[in-house]
Design a protein around this ligand. Sequence first.
Ligand SMILES: Cc1cc2nc3c(=O)[nH]c(=O)nc-3n(C[C@H](O)[C@H](O)[C@H](O)COP(=O)(O)OP(=O)(O)OC[C@H]3O[C@@H](n4cnc5c(N)ncnc54)[C@H](O)[C@@H]3O)c2cc1C
Length: 474
Amino acid sequence: MSGNIDVNEVSGKSFYFIVAGGGIPQKWNSNTKFAWNRMGFAGINFMWWTKSPKQIWERFRNPGWNCNNFQAAVKEIEGYLYAVTHGLDFQGWDIRTNGGDYLVWSRFDDDQAGLPKAPVPISGNPRGAFFTPKTIDHKRYTRSYSMTAFYFPHTHRPNLKVLTRAYVTKLVTSVQSTLTATGVEFTHGGKTFVVNASKEVVLCAGYSSCQVLVGVMFLSLSEYLSNLSLLGLAKMYRKTCSGISFELKDDVKDITLDALRDPEARKEQVELHKKAEGAFTPMSAISDRIKDVYALAKKKVQDEWDTYSPGLQEQYKIQLERLEDPSSSPGELVLVPGFLSHPNPPKPGKKYFTIILCLNHDFSRGYLSSDPNESPECDPQCIQLDADLQTFVKITKFLADWLKATMVTIYHTAGSLSMLPKDKDGVVDPNLKVYVTTNFYVADLSIMSLHLAPHTLTTAYAISTLKIAVVPKE
Ligand SMILES: Cc1cc2nc3c(=O)[nH]c(=O)nc-3n(C[C@H](O)[C@H](O)[C@H](O)COP(=O)(O)OP(=O)(O)OC[C@H]3O[C@@H](n4cnc5c(N)ncnc54)[C@H](O)[C@@H]3O)c2cc1C
């Protein structure tokens, strides 16, 4: 939604990510700048549809927020199409295969590149190798995302009005014993408007939600600051990755994404597309010295325990439990047919194969600015903690200096408005209601206090469905 965006711009190192404005130099990553944009991540993401391991939901200890309810919520919106697969068998998978309105194209294969096959990758156990389903509208062979799947089919509804290029600037409230949202102020076409709310207000501005809540709502209501710990606000969790591209021999027949760099070939592929013509893994499978790295992480966290806020202690408690769990997957390898790395640019006419290596459970934490007059500035602070860098070194088997220079973020921002108990820096309760308010809710990824391990879109979608369908009203 912000205007300051050039999708094709090359930002020094992270050239394949969207660029918006400046970015804060990252002192742990050779001063690389990672820039965030506010246009909505679902519309620009890589369309990988992945789900979290079963056990992690239970660790959050939030009533109603468990794997069964998550699966039920996602089942409402997904449907798998397996026409192009090689004898795919969904037996024992808790998923819908006959499709609803919102289909996810899925292509699976038996070739696991030597890694053990994930038993039920999208039904609670993604540990192992699997082909990642994509969010594709199978009727049009185009990207399927929140606008095409949830908005376009409902534009005729008389009670639904969506206004683009409208920016929330203020929450209109009435303050009695608690705070009640009575409306939202926003700007549109240079004018300021207020829309009244008779029932409730739901904030879902993604990583900007924190800014809207802190900046717009609470800074102007200082009496409420004492009721709500600000320590947990603006602290943000995100995922880190690094790509390594291999040049393929000229006689490789398969088409890779590299074809899209040539304008003529791109045109041809777009036409073909109209006609319709990844993997999580346990660290022990990659390095037998990973136990030493985990011990390092544990010692660091234990040594500094008293300096952490209650919310961060709660997060680290869950993370340390995960390290002890042999079924957890702190790392992820994504195999991409095409060039998706840096710093060396791809050569014209060549084909590539890229391995993207991701950290699933970074210990480092970032920050979001909360000045309501500015676009939120995001400081991800990747690999601030040495344990993260050492884990990364084990995954990539490359040198730390190379990683510091080439690492990028994968933009899975979460945790800035955590669903935790109030005394643990929580901002929303299990009903997604902001503490000390009567009718103000947050329904986006910022409520997840920890990263769940997979890519975040399924969780972002499930959060809204969980609020409406599963979590009992007070
Ligand atoms: C380059 C990239 C690739 C990714 N790839 C994948 C992937 O392959 N698979 C996956 O699962 N996840 C992926 N993700 C992450 C995933 O897309 C996001 O985690 C998810 O979309 C977040 O959903 P959200 O609802 O929390 O926020 P968003 O999708 O960001 O939605 C927030 C909305 O609020 C609007 N907004 C913000 N501030 C205001 C304001 N003041 N007033 C009015 N509106 C406002 C924004 O314009 C936006 O439309 C990727 C992300 C990026 C950036």
